[in-house]
Design a protein around this ligand. Structure first.
Ligand SMILES: NC(=O)c1ccc[n+]([C@@H]2O[C@H](COP(=O)([O-])OP(=O)(O)OC[C@H]3O[C@@H](n4cnc5c(N)ncnc54)[C@H](OP(=O)(O)O)[C@@H]3O)[C@@H](O)[C@H]2O)c1
Length: 270
């Protein structure tokens, strides 16, 4: 039984992974994980493979334990694990609610690590793990602080995990996109300082990011950067001191360069 397990499958990048992996490989089963069951059911209807819908809140330890139990019981033969569940909130640390801070750390760091750990015994030798990091992993970002720090964790975790799993030929790829048009931005704006970040120029779409990530993982690349901009930003992060990077970010982050609400309305299910 060839299985793919995808977290964050109810929208955006995770959903795109489900569609593209289903198109490309013959899975016996695809496990779709997120909170919104209806969305997962709708996705299931358009996939060729049989699916298992797992509607859980990954920020909650007890729900992660339920997933661990399911994996232990079913012993899936995992060909791909995609950790796409994650979110960010705009605004300074002081302006955030304690619950948002905790949830961001729980979903972006704790759940991603736990889901990876619980799958490790069941991933086939030669299988793939794709973790959604972000280009923000390379730069400390005021007003997107906890999110960018959480993605720095994902990047480091993925790179070191890839080394640890080399002897089993398991390819681990961290995906680091720039802005992607998805519900991510609507969720990130649900804060007291919703306009703290308002510059989404050069935004891309899930398809190029996901296609590139699947290709890069197939080539055994540790890092997947779709398009020129993430390459440029990564290069700048290496040569410019953090202080300079943050000062540039602070100058540009509020520039209202395009009507993001109009653009987001064009995304299905948003
Ligand atoms: N969009 C961007 O600009 C961008 C850029 C770089 C990196 N990324 C990263 O890419 C990944 C996918 O983001 P996206 O753009 O596709 O955003 P999205 O459309 O908002 O998708 C986020 C997914 O995470 C799931 N999720 C969030 N909280 C959860 C929880 N507590 N329990 C279970 N599932 C949860 C959501 O499902 P439910 O709401 O149904 O639970 C949804 O399926 C994230 O890790 C994000 O940080 C995004």
């Amino acid at each position: 039984m060839q299985t793919a397990i995808i977290t964050g499958a109810s929208s955006g990048i995770g959903r795109e992974f489900a569609v593209r992996l289903d198109e490309r490989y013959r899975f016996d089963e695809i496990w779709l994980i997120a909170r919104r069951e209806e969305r997962l059911k709708e996705l299931s209807d358009v996939l060729n493979a049989k699916t298992k819908i797992i509607s859980i809140d990954l920020s909650k330890s007890e729900e992660l334990e339920k997933l661990r139990e399911t994996i232990r019981r079913e012993k899936p033969d995992i060909k791909f694990l995609v950790n796409a569940a994650g979110f960010g909130k705009f605004g300074t640390v002081k302006s955030q609610t304690a619950a948002d801070i905790e949830d961001m750390i729980n979903v972006n760091i704790r759940a991603l690590t736990a889901v990876t750990h619980m799958c490790l015994n069941y991933i086939q030798d030669g299988g793939g793990i794709i973790n959604m990091a972000s280009i923000s992993a390379y730069t400390p970002l005021p007003s997107l602080n906890i999110y960018s720090a959480s993605k720095a964790y994902v990047l480091h975790f993925s790179e070191a995990l890839g080394e640890e799993l080399k002897d089993r030929n398991i390819r681990v790829t961290a995906v680091c996109p720039y802005w992607v048009a998805s519900e991510f931005i609507s969720v990130a704006k649900q804060t007291a300082q919703s306009e703290a970040v308002d510059n989404f120029k050069f935004i891309t779409y899930p398809y190029p990011v996901v296609s590139r990530a699947i290709y890069d993982n197939g080539c055994g690349k540790m890092l997947s950067l779709a398009g020129a901009l993430p390459h440029i930003l990564k290069g700048l992060a290496y040569i410019a001191p953090s202080k300079v990077q943050m000062s540039v970010w602070n100058r540009i982050r509020k520039l209202h360069t395009l009507n993001i609400n109009n653009l987001l309305q064009t995304i299905p299910n948003n």
